[in-house]
Design a protein around this ligand. Structure first.
Ligand code: SF4
Length: 169
């Protein structure tokens, strides 16, 4: 019988460290891809990464989470408590749609890379775009599904967990 994973009140520091190192590599590679369009595009993307991941999501999602003020799988719960007031946990399910703020972080460089590759083909652009896709769409999922979700106390109210679980059934 499959053993249930321990649910963490606070994650070991290695989990948010690993997740943020992975995110940092995504921000940097994404900025390099946008840098091929222009410095302004790289700076805009990099700024959006910081604002969405460390301000918008902590404000509009993490303030409704039971990990508010505690070390969660990404560390955003701690950031939220440093910057914002706690909000009603019961609204977590509806607030979760604001996770969409993160979509451009993980998708925009991929779209930019494919577009650049179509209009000015080079193996370098192709290589960077494929690597970005692996990091942003595969590695992030592996880290979340292996190190994050199995130990998360939010699973009962988390729309992403419910969706992933429905997909497995
Ligand atoms: S578990 Fe998710 S929603 Fe909760 S504080 Fe951490 S990042 Fe925010």
């Amino acid at each position: 019988m499959q053993q249930l994973a321990v649910k963490y009140d606070g994650y070991p520091w290695t989990t948010p460290f690993l997740e943020n190192v992975l995110w940092l590599s995504i921000y940097v590679l994404g900025s390099i891809i946008f840098g091929l369009i222009g410095t302004w595009a790289a700076e805009t993307y990099a700024t959006y990464c910081v604002v969405s991941m460390y301000l918008l999501i902590p404000r509009f999602v993490c303030t409704y989470c039971s990990y508010f003020g505690r070390r969660c799988h990404s560390g955003q719960g701690r950031i939220a408590a440093l910057l914002f007031a706690k909000r009603n946990d019961a609204l977590f399910g509806t607030s979760f749609k604001c996770m969409r703020f993160a979509a451009p972080v993980f998708l925009a460089p991929l779209i930019a890379g494919i577009t650049l590759w179509v209009f000015q083909f080079s193996w370098e652009i192709l290589g960077m775009t494929v690597l970005f896709g692996i990091l942003a769409l595969y590695c992030t999922r592996v880290v979340t599904m292996r190190a994050g979700c199995p130990h998360c106390k939010q699973e009962a109210v988390c729309p992403a967990y419910a969706k992933a679980h429905r997909r497995q059934q």
